[in-house]
Write a protein that binds this ligand. Sequence first.
Ligand code: TYM
Length: 358
Amino acid sequence: MADNGVVNPWTVSGEIDYNKLIERFGTKLIDKKLLERLKKHTGELHFHLRRGVFYSHRDLDAVLDEYEKGNRFVIYTGRGPSGPVHLGHLVPWIFTRHLQQAFDVKLLFQFTDDEKLMLNPELTEEEVDHWAFENALDLMALGFEPAKTEFIVNRRHPDKVYRVALKVARRTTASTVKAIFGFDGDTSPSFMFFPAMQAAPCFIESEREGKPVPCLIPAGIDQDPFWRMTRDTAAKLGYPKPAQIHCRLLPGLLEGGKMSSSVPGSAIYTTDGPNRVEEKVNKVKKLGRGPEACPIYQYYYFLLEESDEALTRIATNCGAEACIQCKAQLIERVNNLLVDHRTKREKVRPLVTDLLDL
Ligand code: TYM
């Protein structure tokens, strides 16, 4: 496969060779040995691990070493609230919920409303407040344990995050930030500070407890540049280096790259009604290319078909004749998932109001 893929927190495009990304980012493949080790703690392996949707890591083994000694870790992930949640966002969150349940650990979930305002001068404060609430509904609808989930909304909770962010920012330099994130003259100067805000939750539990608390970050591999900077700083501050477990990115419906809100029509949002879903899926072109290259198959693979046997059947049947049926099935299954998801979203409203301190 051509390695012309661009993968960073703000751009994902081209054909992504996920194995090459491991080399480029300096991460490790989750190998059989590590899978066996995880299985001892989680029972049956989650389908995202079995089929390599979550496929790369840093220091996951070190987190397990500590866990096996009786030292609990914290999990940390987040969302930039600038619009509705799409099916791609649900991928790492579904796996995060699995981790929370399997290891009975606390989740810190950060909303980087500040990041979104710095990146987009058109966006209003009211809009990011609105989307943080709406996105939190999507998250909690997935069944996270409320007593073990803490939200950090950067503009709303500076008391939780700012002091630690400042510690991080003091230990980094403009050249490090530029080298990792590639900023240019058009970038807001405030953005120099932002990576420290995203780094801070990695260390919050260590700060609170006054002892090292390991932190594991389940997220898309596009977020990795943040952790490279964070890991360098951790050593300087005497905190444990945060560990990561990375997933591949659910492709968009229209072209290469990931499902993304910046390419209209490439994403199915949790708010899309049955007709919108049908319209979007029916626009997928170039069918009959074989399962790996087909976005329709990827939706079964990443999200909709947990049974490996059923997935193999879908792959085996792949071909011009089965396409129409495969698409029709996908439309029905996405709509069923979304109807159920929206019911759950309504149920968690009071809970989310509480968790966000509204
Ligand atoms: P954001 O809002 O861009 O993305 C939220 C999460 O969704 C993942 N993601 C995807 N995963 C699979 N397939 C896709 N097509 C896809 N698109 C997005 C992202 O990798 C991410 O895990 N700055 C961050 C918010 C943040 C954060 C964090 C994310 C703050 N702290 C810690 C991860 C971990 C952002 O804007 O994410």
